[in-house]
Write a protein that binds this ligand. Structure first.
Ligand code: TRP
Length: 330
């Protein structure tokens, strides 16, 4: 059995990109009976929204509800809140002593985000160092496998580097390395076909969307601008509808036939959109059913229980770190 850790920033409800990138793998791992920790990363979210903390606060239970709705089970997985595990803060500070500024600046995800955020000369320490804090999240639990979307891969790489550095500096084996586990669709495209599905770009289908909203989104999906008449040959590769069918439609043979038909011409966009809508309705059925059974009063208790378990585990790792670093109570 392996130890699994993953998590999400609570900046809004989760969407299908989260599902295919990471949630689906987490559910598979849960099914296999591993030791699983799923973290609501409210402290990491504050690196972006330090001046708007209520946004984070308001979404903690939303994300927890999404976890429960997709089938993460608090009896099998430890669902917890990052800010409730004090050891993570302490570990981050220790790691900051030896991780260089140039190393975090080289992290490809940080690089991309730096460009998007237009910090100019006002990059905050918190933002730049969040990969170090994420290394602490991963290493605190002696994690073996981190199921995440592709954009998180550099974070796992960096966590392994931090682990190796720590072990080598202090001549110990406190940390082990972990592996990233990407979803089969590790990056789901947005309905506009321009970028990956994301809340900020407003191009995602959310796990909380109603049928009407889903229908509207599916029927507005980007397909092939040159596929004007039904009989025209169509492009399958950059076609958002087919990318979603790839991610959600389980009748692979039928899908292969449809693709061939579309390429040749004679299959209209409305037909494939109708199929996708149908596929998504089936996908959403159990999610909605589970969501309907969530009792709000239980949410607090679920987190408390998870926080206690996560704390106990992370505290052990932190104690081992202190030991080799000669940080003692005097
Ligand atoms: N960076 C992740 C995201 O933006 C959230 C996260 C924080 C995380 N700590 C983690 C993911 C540790 C995996 C492992 O979604």
């Amino acid at each position: 059995m392996s130890i699994i850790l993953s998590g999400d920033r609570p900046t809004g409800h989760l969407h299908l990109g989260h599902y295919v990138g990471s949630l689906r793998k987490r559910l598979e791992l849960q099914e296999q009976g591993h030791e699983i920790y799923i973290m609501i990363a409210n402290i990491q979210a504050l690196t972006d929204y330090y001046d708007n903390p209520s946004k984070i606060h308001d979404n903690i239970y939303n994300v927890l509800e999404d976890y429960l709705a997709v089938g993460l089970d608090p009896n099998n997985s430890t669902l917890f809140l990052q800010s409730s595990v004090q050891a993570l803060f302490e570990m981050t500070v220790y790691f900051m002593n030896f991780v260089t500024l140039s190393r975090v600046q080289r992290n490809p995800t940080v690089k991309t985000e730096l460009k998007q955020k237009s910090f100019k000369n006002n990059i905050t320490c918190g933002f730049l160092c969040y990969p170090i804090s994420q290394a602490a999240d991963i290493l605190a639990f002696q994690t073996d496998i981190v199921p995440v979307g592709k954009d998180q891969e550099p974070m796992i790489e960096q966590a392994n580097e931090v682990a190796d550095q720590f072990n080598s500096i202090y001549g110990c084996s406190v940390f082990r390395n972990c592996q990233v586990l990407l979803g089969e669709t590790s990056k789901l495209v947005g309905i506009d076909g321009k970028a990956k599905a994301s809340k900020s770009l407003n191009n995602a289908i959310f796990l909380t969307d109603s049928n009407e909203v889903i229908k509207e989104k599916v029927y507005s999906m980007y397909t092939d601008p040159n596929h004007i008449r039904v009989q025209d040959p169509g492009n399958v590769e950059n076609n958002v509808v087919f990318q979603y069918l790839d991610a959600f439609y389980e009748d692979f043979e039928h899908l292969a036939d449809l693709k061939e038909h579309y390429r040749k011409g004679g299959l209209g966009d409305v037909a494939i959109k109708a199929l996708l809508y149908d596929v998504l309705l089936k996908f959403f059925e159990p999610i909605r059913e589970r969501r309907g059974k969530i009792n709000e009063k239980d949410l607090k208790e679920i987190l408390h229980k998870g926080n206690d378990a996560a704390n106990a585990k992370a505290f052990q790792t932190m104690k081992a770190m202190r030991e080799v670093m000669c940080v003692k109570d005097y």
